[in-house]
Design a protein. Structure first.
Length: 273
């Protein structure tokens, strides 16, 4: 049994300003941002499938609002039999597209192609459903970091030794951690994660998602840029990070974002007093 503790270190920078400096940030033309992420809970009865396709436009760096995209055609094709699942915009959320038939569940070993048609241009991405493992247990520890008031939780899981795995842990509250099994291949493994500002009795949902290596690298970059300061790293990134989506009409007008299908497992946990 191995144990690994991940430490989150905050750096406080104190500055004093005497002069006001105007910085000209190049914005460029807005690009389509496609966030197509799905979580498939095959271990649950009935099988639960969460996610959808969120369409936005990239905005200037200092803008607080992100424009959404509604006038688009969205569908996913099963390339093994050419069956198609069409998507419609959610009534409750502009720019968020959900499948017309939520009962269609992706299978392992099959290529699925996402198609988004917007402004007479076609964007495509292909991926497969990536497997994961179960969360064996979650326990609350008594460890702390530098402030002394953090809440430690310890996550236990067992890696599958028959393949190279990449995982994305979701700790609720837009907190994420990518991990690869290079150092715990096929082993039972646990590590600590520390929350700030938690109160006793609060319920959290912890997830482990199977992801491909390219999405693992993509997630790492997004999380580094977001600095996990309370914002969602899977919103429009401050830098233009290329995902797996290609504009087949005009390759130079590429989209940002990623198409991802993850098998997922979740564990609900209540913080102790």
């Amino acid at each position: 049994m191995q144990r690994l503790c991940f430490y989150i270190i905050g750096l406080l920078i104190i500055t004093s300003c005497e002069d006001v400096i105007d910085v000209d940030v190049p914005n460029g033309e807005p690009r389509l941002v496609i966030d197509a992420s799905f979580e498939i809970y095959l271990d649950e009865t009935p099988v639960d499938a969460l996610g959808g396709v969120r369409l936005t436009l990239s905005a200037p760096f200092f803008d607080d609002s992100v424009p959404t995209v509604s006038d688009a055609t969205v569908f996913i094709t099963n390339l093994s039999d050419n069956s198609v699942v069409n998507f419609v915009e959610s009534l409750g959320e502009s720019g968020f597209f959900i499948p017309e038939d939520p009962n269609v569940i992706p299978e392992f070993g099959i290529d699925y192609e996402l198609t988004v048609i917007y402004n007479e241009e076609t964007y495509k991405a292909t991926t497969q459903l990536i497997p994961t493992v179960a969360i064996d247990n979650v326990e609350q520890g008594d460890g702390t970091l530098f402030d002394g008031d953090e809440t430690e939780i310890i996550i236990f899981f067992t890696d599958d030794g028959n393949r190279e795995d990449f995982y994305l842990f979701d700790f609720d509250f837009n907190l994420y951690l990518p991990s690869e099994d290079r150092f715990y291949q096929g082993e039972s493994f646990n590590f600590s994660y520390f929350y700030e500002d938690m109160v006793g009795g609060e319920e959290v949902t912890i997830k482990i998602l199977g992801i491909e290596e390219r999405y693992f690298n993509y997630s790492n970059i997004l999380i580094e840029q977001s600095e996990q300061d309370g914002g969602n790293p899977f919103q429009t990134p401050p830098a233009q990070i290329r995902g797996n989506i290609i504009n087949t009409t005009n390759p130079d007008n590429y989209a940002l974002g990623y198409f991802n299908l993850s098998e997922a497992n979740r564990f609900q946990f209540i913080i102790e007093e």
